[in-house]
Design a protein around this ligand. Structure first.
Ligand code: FAD
Length: 379
């Protein structure tokens, strides 16, 4: 055998496994069917701007070990995610819901005034529902109304959610929104985590660092040459789709997907003044616009490059063959995954890692952490 490990997938899971195993003296071969490393966190430099090719990625975690781990590989900047929403009334509102949002919505200036206004809105919605004989929210619309009231629901939640899911909120299950956190401080930071940032120079640099000294073959689809590739290594670390591994024998797992329309604006150094602007109205067909340079350029640095690059994001129904983005953890898919997992648990030479092989919505820090756990006994 030439290699100890064949690693299928050069995304964050595959690269973490390769990095750790190589450090421990194991011989690894990494393959990926794409023409580049990085999986979905791949960033490509275009006109001096690092474009997040598969959607905006913000590293955030409260796990100090993981934060120190990634910072030992590359330097992170101080990017803080503060999205803005363009609402149906044409106004801009800060997200997540915080004192800035409540001031913009109702003119309230203190936490006490904001809390009273939210309570008034909530009460109104609940009373209206109970007058109609509704005691328990039956769908997402009723759930959101009972948690936050009409103004915020209609301006910031309803249309965005309907675009995301392609269905009216009144037909979506209530459990999608369990809680709607509100912040009674003037704090636009989207995440509650202790650490947050973007690797300076983009995420591809992080993966390049992880794969230093590792043999990588791109444009290689595992399933087109499985027997030969399997014969090269003792063990396989598989980070692709678990249902594909078993030839979809129990059926296809489902995903939610997004498509991106990316455009370079040549004489516009600063298009929207923020990395993320959500469109919470029904007329705009896309859900949000990402302006990539804001992830890494701040203040006057923005104007050094006279161009900018934006991506409009559209949610769409997934069908087999589309890019699988977000696992759908409903009952159907969870029980289907359980069947595949039972087969995977029987494997002695294959380790399943990452969001596709474990069919889980993992953030980046969680993928690293889960992969470190999975491979700790293999070193
Ligand atoms: P992937 O990145 O999908 O890598 C799997 C790799 O395996 C791919 O490169 C694929 O080509 C390869 N592969 C699959 N099958 C085969 C095969 N048969 N042969 C060869 N190669 C194969 N996380 C955050 O922490 N913050 C964010 O802001 C954030 N934003 C996100 C936005 C979007 C739109 C999406 C979809 C995800 C986001 N995430 C975010 C999650 C993040 O992308 C994942 O946690 C991470 O990329 C998962 O890494 P992975 O290696 O498990 O999977």
């Amino acid at each position: 055998m030439k290699y100890d490990f064949l690693i299928v997938g050069a995304g964050l899971a595959g690269a973490t496994a390769a990095h750790e195993l190589t450090k421990a003296g194991r011989r690894c071969l990494v393959i990926d069917k794409r023409a580049h490393i990085g999986g979905n966190i791949y960033t490509e430099e275009v006109d001096g701007i690092n474009v997040h090719k598969y959607g905006a990625h913000i590293f955030h975690t409260s796990d100090k070990f993981i934060w120190d781990y990634v910072n030992s590989l590359v330097e992170f900047n101080r990017y803080t995610n503060c999205p803005v929403a363009q609402a149906p009334d044409g106004k801009l509102y800060n997200l997540p819901f915080n004192m800035n949002t409540f001031y913009q919505m109702w003119g309230v200036k203190t936490p006490e005034e904001a809390q009273a206004k939210i309570e008034e809105q909530r009460k109104e919605a609940v009373e209206k529902m109970s007058a109609e004989g509704i005691t328990e929210p039956r769908n997402l619309e009723e759930q959101a109304l009972s948690l936050i009231g009409r103004d915020i629901y209609e301006k910031l939640i309803k249309h965005y959610t309907e675009k995301q899911w392609g269905r009216p909120c009144s037909e979506l299950p209530a459990f999608i929104i369990r809680r709607l956190p509100v912040r009674l401080t003037f704090d636009n930071n989207y995440f509650n985590d202790s650490y947050q940032g973007i690797p300076i120079g983009g995420y591809t640099r992080l993966i390049e660092r992880m794969l230093e000294g590792v043999e990588v073959r791109l444009n290689v689809n595992y399933f087109e040459n499985k027997a030969e590739l399997d014969s090269l290594a003792d063990k396989i670390i598989y980070t692709g789709e678990i249902d594909r591994f078993y030839d979809y024998k129990f059926g296809h797992l489902q995903y939610r997907t997004v498509s991106f329309e990316t455009e370079t604006l040549n004489d516009t150094p600063n298009y929207q003044g923020n990395a993320v602007v959500n469109y919470t109205d029904s007329k705009t067909p896309f859900t949000r616009i990402i302006e990539h340079k804001h992830f890494e350029s701040f203040g006057n640095d923005l104007y050094v490059n006279p161009k900018t690059i934006i991506s409009r994001e559209y949610s769409k129904e997934w069908k087999p063959g589309d890019e699988p983005y977000y696992p759908v953890n409903d009952d159907r898919n969870s029980s289907l995954y359980a069947k595949y997992k039972a087969l995977a648990d029987e494997e002695t030479n294959v380790i399943f890692c990452g969001r596709l092989a474990e069919y889980r919505y993992y953030d980046m820090h969680q993928v690293i952490s889960a992969t470190l756990d999975k491979i700790s006994s293999l070193k």
